[in-house]
Ligand binder design. Structure first.
Ligand code: ADP
Length: 856
C-alpha cells in the first residue's frame, strides 16, 4: 500500500515539474491567456458533462417509464383476456347444455343470473333463437331493453335480419362459423359502449340460435385492470377507428385531456374485433425537477462564464495598470540612477532604508554600508555628531525648513564637503507616512562661488562706502532710492530727497513730482540710448549744506532691469573756495593793473589834459583882455565862452573815461557790441598814441554778433596791447613811416573753436625776439626798464576766463621782421545768435572801415 502511494507521489511530482517547466516557458501574455481560458474551458466542459448526464438520465427514465407502461398494459390485457377466455369456456358449456338438453327459460335465467352475479362487466345474457327471437334475457339491474311490438327489435344488441348492425353481423358469423364470435364495439340501448360475444347453439349439427352476452367495456376495465396499474398509468380502450371508448382516467368536464407523452397499444385479444387496449403514461414530476436542476446548472454555468469573462477583463485592466506601473517604476529608477542628487530614505525611527547610486558616489560609502544603519551615520563628521543628531531629530519631527539645511558631509576617505539637504515625507498608498525622503546636493562649488561673490561684493561696497563722493541710484519710475553710499547718507540721509535735489539742481531731473504722478516723463522713450549717454558734469551749490558738488549723472539699467539714474556728487567746496579766492585776486590784479596802466600813462594824461586846460586858459585870458579893452562884441564873447565850455567838457570826458576805466567793479558779463568796446579802448589809447606819435587804423566788420563779456576787461586787454605796440614802436625809434598800428575785429570760424570774433593788433615795431616769445605770458617778465611785466599774463587770463584764446606772432617780409601781431578770440553769445546774422568765414573787406587816426 505505502509503495503504491510512494509511486503515485513520484509521478505526481514529475508531472508537476513538467508542467512547471512548460508554464515557465510561456510568455507572460500567454500565461495570462491560459489562466483565463483554463477556467472558461473547465466550466464549458462541466456544462457539457452535465448536459450529457442529464440527457442520459432523461432517456433512461423515459425508457424505464415506457417499459413500465408496456408491462402494465400487458398485465391489463392479460387480465382481461384471461377473464374473457374463462367466460367463453363457461358460455360454451352453457350453450351446449341449452342446445342438447331441454332447459326451461327459468332454468336458463337462473343460470344466467348466477353467471352475471360473478361477472359485473356482463350487462346482458340473451338466448336468441335461430330466427333471431329472444327466448330469454338476463339484464343487468335497471336495464330494460326496448322490444318492438312488430317483433323487430330496435335494440342494437339484438340481431335483426337485414339490418346493418354489429349484432346481426356477429349473429351471421356465429351461425356460419359455428364458433363463438366477438362483435365490434358499439353502443347498446343505454348508450354504453359494449361488445358482444355470440356463442352458437349447435344440436347435432343443427344451428338453434345463439347465446349473446354483452360486455360493458368500461366495467371490464374497471373490474379487470389491477388497481396498481391504473394508479400508475391510464388505460383506455379504442375501437378499430381509433376512437377512445373508455378510459381509466376521465377528463374533467369542459377540459381537454392533455395528450400523453407515452403510449402503448395492444389488441384486446382473443377477439379479432379490432378493439385495442392502449396504455398511456404522463411525464412525472421527477422529470420536471430534473430539468429544473439542469437549467439551474446551465444558468450557474453561464453566470460563471460571465463572471470569468468579467474577471478576465478586470485582470487585463490590472495587467495594463501593472504594465504602466512597471514602466513608471523603470522610468523613475532610471531617472534616479542618472541624476546627480543623492537620495536617502529613512523610516520613522531614523533607520536608513534606501540610498541611490548618487548618494553612494557622493559619500563614497556603498549601499550595504548605509542601508539599515542607524544614527550616527558613517558620513557624519566626527566633530559634528551632536549638531547632526539635532538636525536629524528636527527632520524626524518634520520641522526641517523648506529651503533645506546646509550640512557638512564626510566622505569615506575622510574628506568633508558642504551639502544642502531637502526633506519631504514618504507616504504609502494608504496615505500614511512611512518615513522621510532626503535629497542631498553638493554645494561646495556653489558655496565657493558665493563666498567669492560676497567677498567681491564686500570689496565693492568698501570702495563705494569709502568714497568721498556721494553715490546714489534712484529708480526713474518709482522715485525709490535703490542704492546710496556712506557719504550720501552722511550728507542727505537715507531717503531719496537728496538725490532729487542734486538732480534738479543739475537741471537733469526726469523724476516725477508729487502732482504729476500719472505722467511718465520717459513714456514711450527707448531707454537703451539713455543708459549709454552720460550727461555733462554740473557744479551745484546745496544751500542747506553750504557745499558745492560736482554732479555727474548717468542712466543705468538696474540689476532688476529697471531704468535708474545714478548720481555721483563729489564735494568740490574746497576747490570752489580756492577758485573764488583766485578770482577775487585776479580781479584785484586787473584793477591794480588798470591803475598801473594809468600811472604809466600819467604823463600822457597830464599832457592830454593840458591841452584843453591851456585852451580854456587862453580863451579866458583873451576874453578878459578883450572885455577890458571893450573890443569884444557879445556874439564873439558867446562864441569864445562856447569854445571854453567845449574844452572843459573835453577835459571832463577824459577824466570821466579814466575814472570809469580804473573804477573798481565786479566783473560783469553783459551783452556788448565789439564796436563799442573798440571805440572806448581806442579813445583811451589815443592819449598814449598821440604822445608817442603813432598812428592807428581800426577796422570793425559790420553786423558782428553780440558778445557776452565784461566790456571793461576786454577794453583793458585792447588798451594793453595798443600800449605795448606803441611802446615797441616808440622804443625802437621807428621812422614816421613805420609808426603805425592796425586794429581789426573780424568774425572767424575755426574747427577748434567754432564761430568766434577775432580781435587783432598789428604793429610795425621790431617784433618779439624768440626768447621773449616763450616767456611772453610769464608774470613779472618784462624787457622794459620800468615795465611791470604783468600786462600780457593778465590779458591772457581775462581772455581765457571768457573762453577765448590769445596768441602772438611776428610779422615777416621775407625773413625780415616787420612787426608783430597780437590776436585774441571771443566766442559769440550763443543766446543771441539766432537774432544775429550768420558769421562769414571770410572777413567782409567791403565793410566800411572806421579809420580813426590820431596824431599829436
Ligand atoms: P611790460 O609792458 O610791463 O613790460 P608786458 O607783459 O605788457 O609787460 O610785456 C612783456 C614784454 O613783452 C615786454 O617787456 C616786451 O618785451 C614784450 N612785448 C610786449 N608787446 C610787444 C610788442 N608789441 N613788440 C615787441 N615786444 C613786445
Amino acid at each position: 500500500m505505502s509503495k503504491l502511494a510512494e509511486l503515485s507521489a513520484t509521478y505526481r511530482s514529475r508531472l508537476n515539474r513538467l508542467f512547471g517547466r512548460w508554464w515557465r516557458k510561456q510568455s507572460p501574455a500567454r500565461q495570462d491567456r491560459f489562466a483565463t481560458i483554463g477556467p472558461l474551458l473547465s466550466v464549458l466542459m462541466f456544462l457539457a458533462a452535465i448536459t450529457a448526464a442529464s440527457w442520459y438520465l432523461r432517456n433512461e427514465e423515459i425508457e424505464r417509464t415506457a417499459e413500465a407502461l408496456r408491462r402494465d398494459t400487458e398485465v391489463a390485457q392479460q387480465q382481461i383476456r384471461l377473464h374473457l377466455i374463462e367466460n367463453q369456456e363457461q358460455l360454451v358449456r352453457i350453450a351446449r347444455e341449452l342446445a342438447t338438453r331441454d332447459i326451461t327459460t327459468a332454468d336458463f335465467l337462473d343460470q344466467a343470473a348466477t353467471f352475471q352475479r360473478e361477472r359485473p362487466a356482463v350487462r346482458r345474457i340473451a338466448w336468441i333463437t335461430a330466427k333471431r327471437q329472444v327466448r330469454a334475457s338476463q339484464e343487468l339491474m335497471g336495464f330494460a331493453p326496448l322490444v318492438a311490438t312488430d317483433g323487430t327489435s330496435a335494440d342494437p344488441s339484438l340481431p335483426a335480419q337485414g339490418q346493418p348492425i354489429d349484432a346481426e353481423f356477429t349473429f351471421q358469423a356465429a351461425r356460419d362459423s359455428r364458433q363463438p364470435v366477438y362483435s365490434h364495439a358499439f353502443s347498446d340501448a343505454a348508450g354504453v359502449p359494449v361488445f358482444q360475444i355470440q356463442v352458437p347453439l349447435i344440436d347435432r349439427g343443427n344451428f338453434n340460435g345463439v347465446l349473446a352476452i354483452d360486455y360493458g367495456i368500461e366495467a371490464l376495465l374497471r373490474h379487470h385492470v389491477p388497481p396498481e396499474v391504473t394508479r400508475r398509468h391510464s388505460i383506455a380502450v379504442l375501437d378499430s377507428g381509433g376512437r377512445t371508448l373508455t378510459s381509466t382516467v376521465t377528463a374533467m368536464p369542459g377540459q381537454r385531456s392533455s395528450p400523453p407523452s407515452l403510449s402503448y397499444e395492444l389488441p384486446l385479444a382473443p377477439m379479432s374485433n379490432g378493439l385495442v387496449l392502449k396504455g398511456m403514461g404522463y411525464r412525472t414530476s421527477v422529470g420536471l425537477i430534473g430539468s429544473t436542476l439542469f437549467w439551474m446548472v446551465v444558468a450557474l454555468s453561464v453566470l460563471t462564464v460571465w463572471m470569468l469573462l468579467g474577471t478576465w477583463r478586470h485582470v487585463r485592466r490590472r495587467a495594463q495598470i501593472q504594465g504602466a506601473l512597471v514602466q513608471e517604476t523603470n522610468f523613475r529608477r532610471a531617472m534616479e540612477n542618472s541624476m546627480l542628487t543623492g537620495m536617502r530614505a529613512m523610516d520613522l525611527e531614523g533607520r536608513v532604508t534606501y540610498v541611490n547610486p548618487a548618494f553612494c558616489a557622493m559619500t563614497g560609502f556603498s549601499e550595504d554600508d548605509l542601508v539599515g544603519g542607524r544614527p550616527p551615520f558613517p558620513y557624519w563628521p566626527s566633530d559634528r555628531i551632536e549638531e547632526n543628531s539635532r538636525l536629524l531629530q528636527q527632520e524626524l519631527q518634520g520641522r526641517s525648513p523648506a529651503g533645506g539645511i546646509e550640512v557638512k558631509v564626510m566622505r569615506k576617505d575622510g574628506s568633508v564637503f558642504d551639502a544642502r539637504m531637502y526633506v519631504s515625507p514618504l507616504i504609502d498608498p494608504k496615505g500614511q507616512q512611512t518615513g522621510w525622503m532626503t535629497s542631498m546636493t553638493n554645494i561646495t562649488e556653489a558655496k565657493r562661488i558665493r563666498d567669492q561673490l560676497s567677498a567681491s561684493h564686500e570689496r565693492f561696497t568698501t570702495v563705494l562706502e569709502g568714497l568721498e563722493a556721494a553715490v546714489s541710484v534712484m529708480s526713474v519710475q518709482h522715485n525709490e532710492l535703490l542704492f546710496c553710499n556712506r557719504s550720501y547718507r552722511l550728507w542727505f540721509g537715507a531717503d531719496a530727497q537728496g538725490h532729487a535735489l542734486l538732480a534738479s539742481s543739475a537741471g537733469d531731473s526726469v523724476f516725477q513730482t508729487e502732482d504729476d504722478e500719472d505722467v511718465d516723463n520717459l513714456s514711450g522713450l527707448p531707454t537703451h540710448p539713455l543708459t549709454e549717454t552720460s550727461t555733462q558734469p554740473h557744479e551745484v551749490f546745496i544751500d542747506s549744506l553750504q557745499m558745492w558738488f560736482d554732479v555727474r549723472s548717468r542712466y543705468v539699467q538696474w540689476t532688476d532691469g529697471r531704468l535708474a539714474q545714478m548720481l555721483i556728487a563729489t564735494d568740490i567746496t574746497a576747490r570752489r573756495r580756492v577758485e573764488e579766492l583766485a578770482r577775487q585776486q585776479a580781479e584785484k590784479a586787473s584793477v591794480t593793473s588798470r591803475l598801473i596802466t594809468m600811472g604809466e600813462m600819467a604823463s600822457s594824461v597830464a599832457h592830454e589834459l593840458n591841452q584843453p586846460l591851456t585852451a580854456i586858459n587862453n580863451y579866458c585870458n583873451g576874453m578878459v583882455s578883450r572885455v577890458q579893452a571893450g573890443s569884444i562884441s557879445n556874439d564873439d564873447l558867446v562864441a569864445a565862452l562856447q569854445k571854453t565850455g567845449r574844452q572843459a567838457e573835453r577835459a571832463g570826458q577824459i577824466i570821466h573815461r579814466i575814472r570809469s576805466f580804473v573804477k573798481r567793479s565786479e566783473p560783469q558779463r553783459q551783452a556788448a557790441q565789439a564796436k563799442d568796446i573798440v571805440e572806448d579802448a581806442v579813445e583811451l589809447a589815443g592819449i598814449e598814441l598821440r604822445r608817442r606819435k603813432v598812428n592807428i587804423h581800426t577796422y570793425v566788420a559790420q553786423r558782428l554778433p553780440t558778445l557776452h563779456v565784461d566790456p571793461i576787461l576786454i577794453e583793458q586787454v585792447l588798451l594793453n596791447l595798443l600800449k605795448n605796440a606803441a611802446e615797441a614802436i616808440d622804443g625802437a625809434r621807428m621812422p614816421p613811416t613805420r609808426r603805425h598800428i592796425e586794429l581789426r575785429v573780424t568774425p572767424r570760424h575755426t574747427a577748434e573753436e567754432g564761430g568766434v570774433i577775432e580781435f587783432s593788433v598789428t604793429d610795425t615795431g621790431p617784433g618779439i625776439p624768440e626768447d621773449v616769445l616763450s616767456r611772453l605770458y610769464e608774470a613779472f617778465y618784462s624787457t622794459k626798464a620800468d615795465g611791470m611785466g604783468i600786462g600780457l599774463s593778465l590779458c591772457r587770463s581775462i581772455i581765457e576766463s571768457h573762453h577765448g584764446r590769445m596768441r602772438a606772432q611776428n610779422q615777416y617780409n621775407g625773413t625780415h621782421v616787420t612787426g608783430c601781431r597780437f590776436a585774441f578770440t571771443l566766442p559769440v553769445d550763443l543766446s543771441q545768435r539766432a537774432e544775429a546774422p550768420p558769421v562769414p568765414d571770410v572777413p567782409d573787406e567791403a565793410a566800411a572801415a572806421n579809420p580813426n587816426a590820431a596824431s599829436s
